[in-house]
Design a protein. Structure first.
Length: 357
């Protein structure tokens, strides 16, 4: 069932570095160990928490009263290859950025813009992880999972994953435990078409152009580093969950109301909210813009114990001594402040375990 510990601290296993201990922590290094640990908790009626890379969790200061299964499985296997693409199956416990680094080194394209994202591979389909114009939904062909209700292995194709912005069938429920993920990646050594304006400017290319994979990865790491989004033990701006709130997707009518509210607050000649397409009848705007223009600038609440990053308003950070309660209090302040200023309710990306906003 895996290595078992009792009263194990959880804060060091998360990127926010807050939270209390687990009653029981099981570290599962094979898919069979993952399944055995999950089944044992389910059969005993014990509360269960799956811990991947800990980059999207805020654990309560009281800890978790139940069993935490830490996913530590390994393996990257080439399933097939033809002239244009390679199918690669990745165990859920593989460190995601190491997977991206290997893909770049092997000349596999399609996930290079997802460089520097913390966490493990198995979490990527849950959240439909995306950045700089790429999402894993663009390359995932298959996800193998354990079905906790039917107690059997199940396999989802891309359509069955029901990917949308930062969402999937796996996020809707705790029913499925991701075991491995299969990606279809391009061959040839060039990136997918560059789809993010700041990245294109840094690379000196037009949107839609391709660049060498290594150049794309390095540019993304620079972009993320400038925003405090690459983990660094000595930089408290990176003691975070990354982007704390998702970018709001609004009906066009609500976007019109937001633009009007912004004009009232910032003046008719003032800045206007960014607008991006998000499907018929909807648009996406920037959570970071809303936070900043609502009065929460970089470094808000410095010196802490919890504060907005000094590099990016979208990251709530632990300045070294924060508690989960400190993080939640700041998150509520920002969320409620944006609602009061602009009439938009921000939705948090990280999962709050044992408490809520």
């Amino acid at each position: 069932m895996g290595r078992t510990e009792h009263g194990a601290p959880l804060a060091p296993l998360t990127t926010m570095r807050v939270g209390g201990p687990a009653d029981t922590l099981v570290t599962a290094e094979t898919a069979d160990e993952v399944i055995a640990a999950v089944r044992a908790a389910d059969e005993a009626g014990t509360p269960l928490l799956l811990l991947s890379g800990g980059s999207n969790l805020v654990i309560a200061d009281e800890g978790f009263r139940g069993t935490v299964v830490r996913i530590a499985t390994k393996g990257v296997h080439v399933e097939s290859r033809d002239a244009d693409r390679v199918l690669v199956t990745v165990a859920a416990g593989e460190v995601w950025d190491e997977v991206v680094a290997r893909a770049v080194a092997e000349g596999w394209s399609g996930i290079e813009a997802l460089s520097g994202i913390p966490g493990l591979a198995g979490a990527t389909p849950v959240q439909n992880v995306g950045a700089y114009g790429q999402e894993v939904a663009q390359t995932i062909t298959r996800v193998r999972a354990w079905d906790r209700e039917e107690r059997r292995d199940v396999t989802f194709d891309a359509e069955q994953c029901a990917f949308t912005y930062r969402h999937s069938v796996f996020k809707e429920t705790g029913r499925y435990v991701v075991l491995d993920v299969t990606f279809a990646l391009g061959l040839g050594g060039l990136s997918a078409p560059v789809a993010y304006a700041d990245l294109a400017r840094q690379l000196g290319v037009e949107l839609g152009e391709r660049v060498p994979l290594a150049a794309a990865r390095e540019a993304v790491l620079v972009q993320r580093g400038n925003r405090g989004m690459v983990l660094d033990e000595g930089d408290h701006d990176t003691w975070s969950c990354g982007s704390f709130f998702t970018n709001p997707i609004l009906p066009t009518g609500q976007m019109d109301a937001l633009v009007a509210r912004a004009a009232e607050r910032l003046g008719p000649e003032g800045p206007v909210p960014p607008v991006f397409p998000a499907g018929e009848g909807s648009v996406k705007t920037s959570a970071a813009w809303l936070i900043d223009k609502a009065g929460f600038g970089k470094g808000h609440r410095m010196p802490g114990p919890a504060a907005l990053s000094t590099k990016h308003t979208l990251a709530i950070t632990n300045r070294g001594e924060a508690t989960a309660a400190d993080v939640a209090d700041l998150a509520r302040e920002v969320r409620d402040g944006v609602q009061a200023a602009f009439g938009v309710t921000l939705v948090n990306e990280p999962v709050f375990v044992g408490h809520s906003l």
